[in-house]
Write a protein that binds this ligand. Structure first.
Ligand SMILES: *Cc1c(COP(=O)(O)O)cnc(C)c1O
Ligand SMILES: [Zn+2]
Length: 430
């Protein structure tokens, strides 16, 4: 079948400057397309991803260039689909979040090989979504969009609202109507339109796909739909940062939450690029995926040995991970199997326990997604699937202040006393 390069109004290679990004390539059949706001292969409907002319030459030079760059994701601009002068544009400049050496947690879990928490709650809107939106907004600029949109499980809506406000775009974002108050307020406060849809995330996503094909959505950049190839690349920066912060080396094991699966697949892509570029030594690493039992389509497929992911109807407190029909599910299965990792799930109760464990041991308050990831890490360590003698990184993707309801019923004041010492002693606190 003859395939034509998709013509868009702005696809001329002279006008689209997205740095080292050279084309879009189909993940299934390899067909290439000019850079543009497209996301599915014309030939086989496979997902498109960004292909690059990556820097060649001495890895030592590239490493020095990165190390002397800004303390945010733009230090990796030579490896991302953004123009070279990206750091000078109005953007929230996320990234370079802390990699916390979690010795207390390691002791509690019996990990001896080193345990780190990559703490992405430190991003501008307190989730890893700022990384992906920062890429999408540069693509939106390049393609001449004026409105930014998305279908969101909560964190993405906030990240788009904030980035649009700073960069001077209009925004109109869509969420399931029954999200946590922290997510709703956080998404609304930046002044864009926030629309609640009566349905779950998969319904929201379907609605957005319809809107893209309709005149009502003309001129709109949906960061995770028609800008998805660019958006997704932002997750590579997690891989780059983890390796740089470990002293330019690959971790042995990494535990990552799965919603659509995009983040997990692009962390793997980022690790492989670092190997190809000679920035880290090539050695085996294992990738583990984490889901909540109440939304575990990828975990279920992994355990059953299936290649296809059967959609589920989500019912879990981990709402930011509640995607019942994950677009990148089959690729997640490939990666976890190829690297010798696994996909596992935990109950809502285990999620809450893990949130409290991380807070109690390391002083990090994570949201339910982070509770899911640490809960799965703990379960796999106890099962002997994660090797406690190897270097392990757990990715914390969000902030506990956005999901207070998860822990509020089981946390609170130790006592309420009158303001005097007798009362303090009576309460047994002396
Ligand atoms: C969106 C999100 C994820 C994972 O998203 P993918 O769709 O799998 O890339 C993980 N954690 C949090 C807190 C999120 O908001
Ligand atoms: Zn294809």
């Amino acid at each position: 079948m003859a395939v034509q390069t998709v013509a868009t109004t702005t696809d001329s290679a002279d006008t689209v400057d997205l740095g080292p990004a050279s084309a879009l390539a189909c993940r299934e059949c390899g067909e290439r397309f000019a850079l543009g706001p497209i996301f599915a292969c014309e030939a086989c409907f496979g997902p498109l991803e960004v292909a690059y002319d990556l820097p060649s030459g001495d890895p030592e030079d590239l490493r020095k260039r990165i190390e002397s760059g800004p303390e945010n994701i733009w230090r990796y601009a030579p490896l991302l689909p953004v123009p070279a002068d990206v750091a000078s544009k109005p953007n929230l400049n996320p990234g370079f979040t802390k990699l916390v050496q979690a010795d207390n947690l390691a002791r509690e879990l019996g990990v001896t090989g080193g345990l780190w928490v990559k703490d992405d709650s430190g991003n501008p809107t307190h989730s890893f979504k700022d990384r992906v939106v920062a890429q999408a907004i540069e693509a939106a600029r390049a393609f001449g969009f004026t409105t930014l949109s998305c279908s969101s499980t909560g964190n993405l809506a906030g990240a788009v609202g904030a980035a649009a406000a700073r960069a001077g775009f209009r925004s109109c974002v869509f969420i399931p109507h029954d999200l946590e108050q922290g997510k709703v307020v956080m998404a609304a406060v930046y002044g864009g339109e926030l629309v609640g849809i009566e349905g779950n995330y998969d319904d929201v996503n379907r609605f957005c796909s319809e809107l893209i094909g309709d005149p009502a959505g003309e001129g709109w950049g949906f960061v995770n739909v028609n800008l998805r190839p660019y958006y997704a690349e932002g997750s590579k920066t997690l891989a780059y940062e983890i390796c740089e912060q470990l002293g330019w080396r690959l971790p042995d094991q990494i535990v990552i939450p799965i919603a659509s699966g995009s983040q997990l697949t692009k962390i793997d892509k980022g690790l492989q690029e670092l190997v190809k570029l000679g920035l880290v030594e090539d050695r085996p690493y294992k990738i583990f995926g984490a889901q909540a039992e109440g939304c575990s389509p990828v975990s279920a497929a992994f355990k059953a040995g299936h290649d296809v992911v059967r959609p589920q109807k989500p019912d879990t407190i981990a709402k930011s991970l509640a995607i019942g029909n994950p677009a990148d599910g089959p690729y997640v299965l490939d990666i976890c199997r190829r690297t010798g990792g696994a996909v596992e799930d935990v109950t809502d109760e285990e999620i809450v326990d893990a949130i409290k464990l991380l807070a109690r041991t390391e002083g990090i308050f994570t949201e339910t997604a982070g509770g899911t990831t640490l809960g799965v890490a703990r379960k796999l360590i106890e099962a002997g699937v994660i090797d406690p003698s190897l270097t392990t990184v757990v990715v914390n993707t969000g902030d506990g202040l956005k999901t207070l309801d998860a822990v509020a019923p089981t946390t609170g004041m130790s006592a309420v006393i009158r303001p005097n010492l007798d009362s303090f002693r009576e309460a047994g606190l002396a």
